[in-house]
Design a protein around this ligand. Structure first.
Ligand code: PMP
Length: 295
């Protein structure tokens, strides 16, 4: 297999040559932002929304991206074309760039842009067939007053702690509460519950990322006339929900059947979750931006 080609600061370089400086403030301080994007059969799902979220994160942290949004979109498509990858997971990173050891980002002369696309690694089918067990963990989501989680920043340390805490509890994923104890999201996924026919997800002001998949599920509910609300809820509400599921670019929609040893519903993926999964999969191909030049 030929070596993966990576976009690095305007050039397309082989994986083995794609390196950034140890003085990059993304490396030294987590000073940067990123996106995780996915393509389905040569169509990039909601590419414009991902790019918009990236540029909004950049604006919020006063990071100037040296490409227009259109150039960024074209670069993503070009990485897929060069690697001939119709089904890919795409990681887009913009860091503050190389500076000195001091904190001051004004010493970083130019932001660094990296686009990596690799063959999609699907989650095991059993996750979708049987559902996941989750635990709630001690690590809380960032307080939006401190670092707003709408900024998809390179500061993922608490998400990483959540992963470790989940693994120690013997499960794959966990629920993070926010600073007030409301249910917020998973380590890398948004959370939904279904109760009495209503689909409910926490409002983003509680501290969840405004997930692209989350928004797609809300859109689907609106189109199908399924009641859907953004409303704060607690762990108790999760325990007594009829269904629980997680959403994210990599995971799509994953049923949850056990939270903190409370069986959710009848312990099997629920009907609403299955319906929304089917509807989500239908839109993934039709809503995408087509990658030109794929064989
Ligand atoms: N929350 C967090 C913390 C995430 O990292 C992600 C993955 N980007 C999500 C939610 C899901 O967002 P999306 O649907 O845009 O992938």
């Amino acid at each position: 297999m030929s070596e993966l080609v990576i976009y690095l600061d305007g050039e397309f370089v082989p994986r083995s040559k794609a390196v950034v400086s140890v003085f990059d403030h993304g490396f030294l301080y987590g000073d940067g932002i990123f996106e995780g994007i996915r393509s389905y059969s040569g169509n990039v799902f909601r590419l414009k929304e991902h790019i918009k979220r990236l540029y909004e994160s950049a604006k919020s942290i006063l990071l100037e991206i040296p490409l227009t949004q259109q150039e960024m979109e074209d670069s993503v498509l070009e990485v897929l074309r060069r690697n001939q990858l119709p089904d890919a997971y795409i990681r887009l990173v913009v860091s503050r760039g190389a500076g000195d050891l001091g904190l001051d980002p004004r010493n970083c002369k130019k932001a660094s842009v990296v686009i990596i696309a690799e063959q999609l690694k699907l989650y095991p089918q059993e996750f979708y067939d049987n559902g996941l067990a989750l635990v709630t963990v001690p690590t809380r989501r960032n307080n939006p007053d401190a670092l707003n989680p709408k900024i998809k920043s390179l500061n993922y340390l608490n998400n990483i702690l959540v992963k470790l805490e989940a693994a120690r509890a013997g499960v794959m994923e966990a629920l993070m509460l926010n600073h007030e104890g409301y249910v917020c999201e998973g380590s890398g996924d948004n959370v939904f519950l279904v109760k009495d026919g209503k689909v409910i997800t926490p409002p983003t002001y509680l501290g969840a990322l405004e997930g692209i998949t989350r928004n797609a599920i809300i859109d689907i509910c609106q189109r199908l006339g399924i009641p859907c609300e953004e409303k704060p809820f607690t762990r108790h509400d999760v325990y007594v929900a009829d269904e629980v599921f997680l959403t994210g670019t990599a995971a799509e929609v994953i049923p949850v059947v056990d939270v903190d040893s409370r069986i959710i519903g009848n312990g099997k993926p629920g009907q609403m979750t299955e319906l929304l999964t089917r509807e989500f999969r239908k839109i993934t191909v039709v809503e995408g931006t087509k990658v030109p030049g794929l064989a």
